[in-house]
Design a protein around this ligand. Structure first.
Ligand code: WT7
Length: 643
């Protein structure tokens, strides 16, 4: 059933940017003449100096990735200035508050003025091209204004998701050596307040590089303002002119850093540059969502994740779209909220995560059917594999079998979508991300790095570069080369496994490294382990993912206590609260199992394969344990499995 093709409907193909013939032609052209192809696509953004050099990439040795290297531009000009003459009074951002009674509409002209004011204020604070600015904001218009104002003055923004703890915020500020922090008094989510400024105050105790904090007044909640360091947003912006000279940036100058989790150590600063990223954001937003002028487009992500960067702000605004920014959550005030908002703002394109779809599916069809959803034309999914049941529910119930579903596979590192159906060109299969975009060259390799042909299952790699890919790990190019180009030399390794069927369609099977994906949030098991062992009562910890109906994966932690410490339910609660405080609520363990010992090889390496099997309750599949230093620990763990 899930292998059944769902053909492109004539109504969808009519007027599409890319039909099947064009898809084939573009795919062929991008391979035959990448320089010609990407020179033409560069024309979709605004340049101060048009690039003559297009692609300059080497995936071997020290690895370098350069696109449009002699081009000069400013990302904010592509998103704002160039639209003023043609669509200055068109709504750029529809903001929908957590509270259904609050919303706002900002035109391109208004957004331009707000960005220029903040950009001038940043310059007045001494911010120069190349300086890092950390953004810790809720989903309010200021978040988009902050990103674009940084881009305008050439500052490199580093957004930290508002759900992260003071500690996580502090590490990211320290790593990026940011001089300015942009935040708000409080955020709102599902009727609750998030104490952003208080968290920031806590973080800043260990962040000496920060010289000023600019605070947006959002809820009006009481906060402490430190004299000489903290300023209200309106105080620094209101007196500034509504025009600001954009900083000329080389195509390869950094646009932003975004920290993401890997399989080892602390989060990596994924660095994206200006020219290639902007081309990719515009190209993929237009093709994958088949965006048509005048349409209302809504991506439900948070700007704290890469999806919010590329598909709430840079892609849609580069394409002159009306982009909806949602402060709230899918189930507040009730589980019909998404569809109520779709009807209220006549949303045409809707892009969300499988975890949200699964949690709404559980509530049945009635809350969906209650709303018309007649405006919807395209549905998108992102963040984790979508199971065929959830895909079909999305397609049938939400889209009334009228709207194609684009399952978009990509990563923070890739800058934008790489594998996805184009709605007017590619027949869909529920659960498959289908085919690469024109210009993207995925492949599967076996454990030895040998290319696999035809229908196969293996490690997902990319054989060549695309303009939007990351350029380096901020401040650590050796880690970049080591993480992505050393497993399979000469290829970019995604960390994902995938199957390719006889039609050449890709089915992503999930991470093959020690990264887990919990409700679409990416986490390194090593980070959670180090949070656990930082607790005084914990001797050792091992964390794995376990199957979870709604979240895709849950967090399962095996904890060995220090000698003499009593394993109690109260202590489990204490450890859960501890991890939430150390990393943030997204890292809350779903299960903790007391482990007198962990399954280790004689050289001391924890065999996670075994721990994953136990967590998944697949104890028959544990396999050979004879290489363990003490095979009896497995019996104990199986007998005392949680859940
Ligand atoms: C990892 C990247 C993509 C932006 C948001 C997450 C998983 C993402 C899909 C999909 C199957 C997916 C992969 C990937 N993933 N989209 N459509 N189907 N898996 O970005 O936090 O960098 O996570 O998310 O495992 O490697 P991220």
């Amino acid at each position: 059933m899930s292998d059944d093709l769902i053909a492109v409907k004539p109504a969808v193909a009519a007027g599409t940017h890319v039909d099947a013939a064009r898809h084939a032609a573009m795919t062929a052209e991008a391979i035959a003449d990448p320089n010609g192809f990407w020179r033409r696509e560069a024309g979709r953004i605004a340049w101060m100096t048009t690039p003559t050099q297009i692609k300059d990439v080497d995936f071997t040795g020290d690895v370098h990735i350069r696109w449009y290297a002699d081009g000069v531009l400013n990302a904010s000009v592509s998103c704002l200035d160039r639209h003023l003459a043609t669509r200055g009074d068109q709504v750029a951002i529809i903001w929908e508050g957590d509270d259904p009674a609050s919303d706002a509409k900002i035109t391109y002209r208004e957004l331009h003025a707000r960005v220029c004011r903040l950009a001038n204020a940043l310059r007045a604070q001494g911010v120069k091209k190349g300086d890092r600015v950390t953004i810790y904001l809720p989903m309010i218009v200021e978040a988009a204004v902050a990103m674009l104002a940084c881009a305008r003055v050439g500052a490199v923004h580093s957004i930290v998701f508002g759900g992260f703890s003071p500690d996580s915020l502090a590490t990211r500020i320290q790593e990026s050596e940011s001089t300015i922090l942009l935040t708000a008094d409080e955020g709102r989510r599902g009727g609750r307040k998030v104490a952003l400024k208080a968290n920031a105050d806590e973080a800043l105790k260990s962040c000496p590089t920060i010289t000023s904090v600019i605070v947006a007044r959002n809820t009006g909640g009481a906060v402490e303002m430190q004299d000489g360091r903290d300023y209200w947003w309106s105080d620094v912006c209101d007196s500034q002119p509504a025009e600001c000279m954009p900083e000329p940036m080389n195509a390869e100058d950094p646009l932003f850093i975004l920290y993401t989790s890997g399989s080892t150590g602390k989060p990596k600063g994924v660095l994206h540059t200006t020219g290639g990223y902007m081309v990719w954001a515009s190209y993929t937003h237009e093709l994958v969502f088949d965006y048509r002028p005048g349409e209302v487009y809504w991506c439900t992500a948070d700007v704290g994740w890469v999806t919010g960067h590329t598909y709430i702000v840079y892609g849609p605004l580069a394409n002159g779209a009306t982009t909806l920014m949602f402060e709230g959550v899918p189930n507040y005030p009730d589980v019909g909220r998404f569809w109520q908002v779709v009807d209220k703002h006549k949303v045409n394109i809707f892009y969300t995560a499988p975890t949200a779809i699964r949690s709404l599916m559980r509530e049945g069809e009635a809350p969906v059917r209650k709303h018309s959803r007649a405006s919807l034309r395209i549905l998108g999914s992102v963040g984790e594999p979508i199971n065929p049941e959830a895909w079909l529910w999305y397609y049938r119930v939400v889209g009334d079998e009228r709207c194609p579903v684009v399952d978009t596979w990509w990563q923070t590192e890739t800058g934008g979508i790489l594998i996805s159906p184009l709605p007017g060109a590619v027949a869909q299969k529920p659960g498959s991300a289908t085919l690469p975009l024109p210009g993207v060259l995925p492949a599967l390799v076996d454990g030895e790095g040998k290319l696999m042909e035809g229908a196969a299952e293996g490690n997902l790699v990319l054989l060549d570069a695309w303009p939007g890919m990351m350029r380096t790990v901020y401040g650590d190019h050796a880690r970049f080369v080591q993480t992505y180009f050393s497993t399979f030399p000469g290829m970019y390794f995604t960390g994902d496994g995938a199957r390719r069927d006889a039609d050449g369609y890709y089915w992503i099977t999930g991470r093959v490294d020690d990264v887990i994906n919990v409700a679409g949030h990416r986490m390194g098991t090593a980070e959670i382990e180090s949070a656990l062992v930082a607790h005084t009562k914990v001797a050792e910890a091992a964390v794995v993912g376990m199957p979870h109906d709604i979240k895709g994966q849950g967090i399962y932690a095996y904890v060995t206590l220090k000698t003499g410490i009593e394993p109690t339910d109260a202590l489990k609660k204490e450890l859960i609260a501890w991890v939430r405080k150390e990393i943030g609520p997204i890292a809350t363990p779903d299960a903790i199992q007391w482990a007198p010992g962990l399954p280790k090889t004689r050289s001391g390496k924890i065999m996670r394969r075994i721990l994953r099997k136990i967590a998944a309750n697949e104890v028959d599949g544990i396999g050979d344990t004879s290489t363990l230093a003490d095979p009896t620990v497995v019996t104990d763990l199986v007998d005392n499995r949680v859940g």
